[in-house]
Design a protein around this ligand. Structure first.
Ligand code: FES
Length: 184
């Protein structure tokens, strides 16, 4: 089981300053040996450790309940020898990294140009009505979260959205209903 251990103030140095209030971890995540081995396998692919930040973020996110929490961020900074603020900078830039808890199904609707022109607004509106949540929200039962994100690189099959790691493309309202109905 993954757990946490206290984070010591001596771990903060001029090169590893305290992060902003609210993002300050008070503990550091720990992981089982097989998870550490999985991380080390990614680190070994790169000439410098810090280049493995994004693959390791996916692992920490997976192991910490679907989002990157402050103890998980503290772990990454320690593991890769970078600043806690460096980890937050990357985590808050990419929409595939969650920095808040999300539902079992995280629906991310692309709202950039091609998708917008071809009906992303109607797709988001339909999700909002059907699920009873606005973008940024999560259903009370924790089943769905809804977000609007920038281009997901699938402009030729707009409008589209992503649920977890799966892309759903050339969407219509009927197709969207079919996708939502099919989720276990
Ligand atoms: S504009 Fe939606 S995938 Fe690029």
């Amino acid at each position: 089981m993954n757990s946490e251990q206290p984070l010591h103030s001596t771990q903060f140095t001029p090169n590893n300053p305290l992060p902003q209030e609210g993002l300050m971890p008070d503990s550091i995540a720990t992981f089982e040996p097989e998870i550490i081995r999985e991380m080390d396998m990614h680190i070994a692919k790169f000439p410098v450790k810090r280049s493995a930040l994004i693959p390791l973020m996916f692992i920490v996110q997976r192991e910490r309940g679907g989002y990157l929490d402050p103890p998980g961020v503290a772990f990454l900074a320690d593991k890769l020898g970078i600043r806690i603020t460096d980890v937050w900078e990357v985590a808050t830039f990419y929409s595939m990294i969650n920095t808040e808890p999300v539902g079992k199904y995280h629906i991310q609707v692309c709202r950039t140009l091609s998708c917008k022109i071809l009906g992303a607004g109607a797709i988001t509106e339909h999700c909002t009505k059907r699920l009873g949540i606005k973008p940024g929200g999560t259903t009370e039962d924790g089943r769905f979260s809804l977000s609007e994100v920038e281009c997901l690189g699938s402009c030729g099959t707009a409008p589209m959205l992503q649920i977890g790691f799966d892309y759903h493309e050339n969407l219509t309202i009927e197709k969207l209903d079919g996708i939502l109905d099919s989720l276990p």
